[in-house]
Design a protein around this ligand. Structure first.
Ligand code: HEC
Length: 449
């Protein structure tokens, strides 16, 4: 993924939340479209097959209408099917910048698969007119396109799902390990059922409402379409809450927070509402509930997508903190470098300058003043701990008053800690010139320069 690491910069916390939003939007427009493509292709193939066994003009007509509605619109295919795909690697690349995780690679690998699948399905749609003469080829194209799409989304979903499990990240070294786990199987089953149920809603909404000219004026066909759509939708609705709950319960603990429990509950509740709406559509004599069910489905996609994105963000929390710390550290280092450079430019070393100006009010190296002789206390410290003590002194020795916080910047503390420890090391190795400098008692703040 050198390509990604080169083009992706570490995001700040605000960028991360923005990316979360972008991911939900991307999923909410892309996945329903793909679900409709899968569902209606499978259903059209089934209708075409049944029509070829026992000729049934209504089946053939519905198959044609379905394919035309979903695959006939090239613009929708481009905007809803293809374009969002290219956003995904960048979103995940930013979230997991520097992590070098195998799943990200598989997210990228799934993209060409989806594209090929969509192209094959476009060919399948074009061959619909010759389905009688070239039956094998027509069905073959449908099966191939559908198969490629299914496999690609299975890979995509498992790769994304694996990102929810940071404890196992280091083990994700080959595709089989990435793919084979129950969590993704439940999620995929949920998605496939969602695809068929959504196609039921699509039939109700698009064929009976949106493009009414296809069905208007033919009461018999309208009734058939209504029954077929509501029946298929209802049949595939029942399993939705079950699969989703299995998916939720097989997710690793780290993905959960209160928001996620709420989102999961909402998915289950809305799925049940959809079943009621389909039931209503089946019972009513009029073509009704199409728009309602269809909007409820979009809601399910938004909720389930938010669940996933939230899960990912929760699982990624630790890595995100590392990214943030790296960014902060970089800022600090730049500050230190700047102050050192400024001090050097003014002919002084920042550490020595701070020491003579501030610390020497109370400290000498070998003598007790207000504070203890530094040569006796410094031995306990290394650079980091000394810096931490200087930035916020604590009460240590009852023989002394507490040391007030000298109010240094991190850069000053850094420099003075380095200066003192270097001085101590110099004194220990018998470097008398530097040791002698500060041991001269006399007036404080008497720089030797
Ligand atoms: C206003 C006086 C004062 C100033 C200024 C001051 N110190 Fe101190 N320092 C003390 C006193 C008093 C103690 C003893 C505190 C104690 O033991 O609780 C002390 C203790 C220490 C200790 C020993 C802590 C220990 O673990 O025993 C270190 C190290 C130290 N100071 C470093 C510094 C450095 C570096 C500076 C300059 C940035 C500085 N001090 C500035 C008063 C001062």
């Amino acid at each position: 993924m050198d390509f990604l690491t080169q083009h992706v910069i570490p995001p700040t916390a605000q960028h991360m939340s923005l990316l979360e939003f972008l991911a939900v939007v991307t999923y909410a427009i892309h996945l329903p479209y793909i679900a409709m493509v899968m569902g209606s292709t499978a259903m059209a193939m089934w209708l075409t097959f049944s029509d070829s066994e026992i000729p049934n003009p209504r089946f053939a007509r519905l198959a044609g209408d379905l394919i035309e509605t979903v695959l006939g619109n090239r613009f929708a295919m481009l905007v809803l099917g293809v374009m969002p795909l290219f956003v995904l690697p960048f979103i995940y690349g930013q979230w997991f910048v520097g992590a070098q995780l195998a799943p990200i690679k598989y997210i990228v690998l799934a993209i060409p698969g989806v594209l090929v699948g969509l192209v094959v399905l476009a060919l399948y749609k074009n061959s619909f007119a010759e389905r009688k003469t070239h039956f094998q080829m027509h069905m073959g194209l449908g099966t191939l396109g559908l198969g490629i799409l299914m496999v690609s989304y299975f890979v995509l979903m498992s790769a994304v799902g694996r990102l929810h499990d940071p404890e196992k990240w280091f083990r994700l070294t080959n595709l089989a390990i990435v793919l084979l786990n129950w969590n993704v199987i439940w999620k995929f089953l949920f998605f496939v059922h969602l695809a068929f149920a959504l196609t039921g809603a699509l039939i109700l909404f698009f064929l009976l409402r949106w493009s009414r000219e296809r069905t208007i004026g033919d009461a018999e066909y309208t009734a058939f379409v209504r029954k077929f759509g509501a029946g298929v939708g209802l049949a595939f609705c029942f399993a939705l809450p079950v699969f989703f709950l299995f998916y939720v319960f097989t997710s690793p603990d780290v993905v959960f927070d209160n928001t996620n429990y709420l989102l999961a509950t909402a998915v289950v509740v809305v799925s049940m509402l959809i079943a009621f709406a389909f039931f209503g559509a089946l019972r009513s004599r009029e073509p009704r509930f199409g728009a309602t069910t269809f909007s409820l489905f979009v809601l399910v996609f938004v909720l389930a997508g938010s669940f996933d994105v939230r899960a990912m963000a929760n699982a990624n929390r630790e890595h995100a903190r590392i990214i943030e710390q790296a960014a902060e550290k970089e800022v600090m280092e730049r500050e230190v470098a700047l102050e050192t450079a400024m001090a050097e430019a003014s002919g002084k070393n920042l550490g020595e300058e701070t020491f003579t100006k501030v610390c020497m009010q109370c400290h000498r190296f070998d003598e007790k003043l207000v504070g203890p002789p530094l040569s006796t206390v410094l031995t306990k410290y290394n650079h980091e701990s000394l810096k931490a003590y200087i930035l916020s002194p604590t009460k240590v020795d009852p023989a002394y008053p507490p040391m007030p916080n000298p109010g240094l910047t991190p850069a000053q503390a850094d420099a003075v800690a380095a200066y003192e420890l270097a001085h101590l090391a110099g004194a220990a190795s018998g470097d008398t010139t530097s040791a002698a400098t500060q041991t001269t008692p006399a007036e404080p703040a008497a720089p030797k320069h």
